[in-house]
Design a protein around this ligand. Structure first.
Ligand code: PMT
Length: 393
């Protein structure tokens, strides 16, 4: 599948280095030609010999060591690369490249290449969330360098949060997709909603739900990669704002409604992955409600149903809804698709392990309005985003 493709793999020093060995093994099985460049610190975690055996190629570490071939190695590898992957990419290497520092074999080669450079970061959560790191990443994204987002989970240091290297299987899929790049949404306007909404009843308290925004953000990234002009209407989330996407931040369902209707008429495809609150408190107390003896009652009133409204006013738009259910999945999802005039609905059983809110994975059944049903196994939200967009096509 990757025959005749030259992949230069940069390996930098972090505990996730051992997963880069798996990446090389998988790429090799797909017949790619792999040249590995390790930083000095990477070679402290796993020896060059391991990568040499897996790639069946010479591994470069030291810039000043006598070269294997009589050409300038960092230039020849830079030219040879069809794609340049850095797995794992530390905050250090990303910071160096973002600031034009080329002081070892890897950074000089990255600097000299015209190939697409893709970083797969892996680091401690606080490092990943550090504004200096975020800024370096943004600088590179604006210069068209790509990033394979890390996952959330328990890290080697014991912290729990984002920073875990993306799954090697996903990294390899990303490479395959790069070579078979689908630009099937070129010129299309795609409107996506993501995340929860928040309905406050005093300056301190609100009702909301567990949506993290990951599902909607994954679809937005994938649509952008396929050439779409993407607008993402996002409820409050902790996710990094993706570059190259028009992001509209909202808080309440009412605000999400206003913004969605504003963009809907000129959109080609609407995908509603958000979890807007169906109800809001009937009134808002401008001061904090003081606690008192006994129970407290908050009266709720219905919020507008955004999807239903879009279904009513649609002309040529394709509308995809989600259904978050805990029982009678099929029946409820199909009812939603019919009642809201949708073209397709993605149903997730949020009671199932690994599906629905918060996590990096989901498990869905997709129904379309011509009666087709497709059931998918548990998979990452990023992979599912690809499948959802393939289904729209
Ligand atoms: O954000 P994550 O943590 O990644 O979680 C993903 C998810 C579980 C939020 C996502 O996969 C999902 O299921 N989104 C829909 C959640 C939801 O509100 O489901 P629902 O069955 O209540 O609503 C059906 C559809 O109507 C949804 O497309 C929803 O966006 C839309 N809706 C709901 C209420 C409302 N007032 N207006 C709407 O448009």
């Amino acid at each position: 599948m990757l025959k005749n493709k030259n992949i230069v793999l940069g390996v930098t020093g972090g505990i996730a280095v051992y997963k880069a060995v798996d990446v090389v093994s998988r790429l090799k099985k797909l017949n790619a030609n792999i040249d590995v460049i390790m930083t000095d610190s990477a070679s402290k975690f796993v020896t060059p010999l391991t990568f040499q055996s897996m790639s069946q190629n010479h591994v470069t570490v030291d810039m000043f060591k006598e070269p294997v071939n009589w050409d300038i190695e960092h230039i020849s590898l830079a030219k040879k690369a069809d794609i340049f992957l850095i797995v794992p990419a530390t905050a250090n290497v990303i910071g160096k490249v973002a600031n034009g520092i080329a002081d070892d074999m890897l950074t000089t080669t990255i600097m000299a290449t015209k190939a697409k450079v893709i970083f797969a970061p892996a680091m401690n959560t606080q490092m990943y969330l550090n504004p200096i790191f975020k800024n370096n990443m943004k600088v590179l994204q604006e210069l068209d360098y790509e990033f394979i987002s890390p996952e959330e989970g328990r890290l080697a240091c014991g912290d729990i949060g984002p920073g875990k290297l993306a799954d090697p299987e996903y990294i390899v899929k990303y490479v395959i997709d790069h070579f078979n790049k689908k630009k099937d949404l070129e010129g299309k306007k795609v409107l996506i909603t993501a995340g929860p909404t928040i309905e406050a009843f005093d300056p301190v308290r609100y009702i909301s739900n567990h949506s993290s925004g990951k599902m909607g953000y994954s679809i937005a990234e994938e649509a952008k990669n396929r050439g779409a002009n993407v607008t993402l209407i996002s409820g409050p989330t902790k996710l990094l704002k993706p570059v190259g996407i028009n992001i509209i931040n909202v808080t309440s369902t009412e605000e999400m409604y206003e913004e969605t209707i504003k963009y809907f008429k000129s959109t080609d495809i609407l995908i509603k992955a958000a979890a807007p609150s169906d109800y809001k408190p009937i009134s808002y107390n401008k001061n904090k409600i003081k606690k008192s003896e006994g129970s407290m009652h908050i009266e709720l009133t219905r919020n507008p149903d955004i999807l239903e409204k879009c279904g009513e006013i649609k002309d040529s738009q394709i509308i995809i809804g989600f259904a978050a259910e805990t029982e009678n999945i099929e029946e409820y999802a199909i009812n939603k698709m019919e009642n809201k005039n949708l073209d397709m609905i993605v149903a997730n059983n949020i009671a199932e392990e690994g599906a629905g809110f918060k996590g990096d994975t989901n498990k869905v059944i997709i129904f379309n309005n011509s009666g087709k049903k497709k059931e998918y196994p548990l998979m990452s939200k990023k992979n599912l985003a690809k499948i959802i967009l393939d289904n729209i096509k």
